[in-house]
Design a protein around this ligand. Structure first.
Ligand code: ZDP
Length: 256
């Protein structure tokens, strides 16, 4: 089987993208996606993204398989890459700026902006435990600065859904986190029945955060768009960040 692909990255969060516009189902299985994402025996990526025809009023639909073959609802950096891919495929010279795209988390709209950048309207965060989902609080309660015991420590966690589940942990110094050990313990903790993406956040200033992320199904990645948004929401909820937060999350400034 021969399939064309391109490889894009957003802040180092990298994806194999496939033009799947002529079929409603992804051209690859999750097992094939796992093989493509392998950094030594495959192309290497954090996930595989499919550009599919619209079904429900968007311009297109997006589906994504994580590097472990699981399917997340949304992907912030991925949808930015996808918008750039669409512009390339359709030879859009800038006359069309925004693409409403159907995702498993609803319609999200990336826009092409000045300087070749892509911005995405991520929709509203969901804050109730039942929506995330997590059992750290009753289904109709928010999860703000709750205690989670794990790996011999008690962690203060704030949970946010950006369509996909996030657990945001404010720490003194992100460099002190043993990500490869602690990340999987969060990801697989029974309090998160659909597993979870975990962001470790150091508040440098109320408008400037440092983030290290352990992604569900992908492990340590260089950036996570939904995670950056979830971290800002969590920072506001926990009273640690300004609103608005001009400095943004330092996906491009800080490296694992
Ligand atoms: O929810 C999940 O399983 C994530 N691994 C999806 C990917 C999120 C992403 N890093 C982002 O930028 O939002 C692509």
């Amino acid at each position: 089987m021969k399939i064309e692909f391109v490889k894009y990255q957003g802040l180092g969060n990298d994806f194999v993208l496939i033009d799947n516009r002529h079929s409603l189902e992804p051209l690859l299985t999750p097992t094939q996606a796992i093989r493509l994402c392998d950094r030594h025996f495959g192309i290497g990526a954090d996930g595989v993204i499919f550009l599919l025809p619209a079904r429900e009023g968007g311009d297109y639909a997006m589906r994504i398989f994580n590097a472990d073959g699981s399917e997340p609802q949304m992907c912030g950096n991925g949808i930015r890459c996808l918008a750039q891919f669409i512009a390339q495929l359709t030879q859009n010279n800038g006359s069309k700026r925004a693409y409403p795209i159907e995702t498993l988390a609803g319609i999200m709209t990336p826009s092409l902006i000045a300087g070749g950048q892509v911005r995405v309207d991520m929709g509203e965060p969901r804050l109730l435990a039942g929506e995330i989902p997590t059992t750290l609080a009753a289904a109709t309660e928010k999860v703000v600065a709750r205690s989670l015991s794990l790996a011999g420590q008690v962690w203060p966690v704030t949970c946010v859904s950006m369509g996909n589940p996030h657990c945001v942990v404010f720490v003194e110094a992100v460099t002190a986190i043993a990500l490869a050990q602690i990340g999987p313990a969060f990801e697989q903790h029974p309090a998160f029945p659909e597993r979870v993406n975990t962001e470790f956040i150091e508040v440098v200033q109320p408008d400037y955060l440092k983030m290290r992320v352990w992604e569900r199904g992908a492990g340590a990645t260089l950036a996570c768009g939904t995670g950056a948004c979830a971290s800002v929401v969590a920072g506001v909820l926990a009273g640690k960040c300004d609103r608005p937060l001009y400095g943004g999350v330092a996906g491009g400034l800080f490296r694992n």
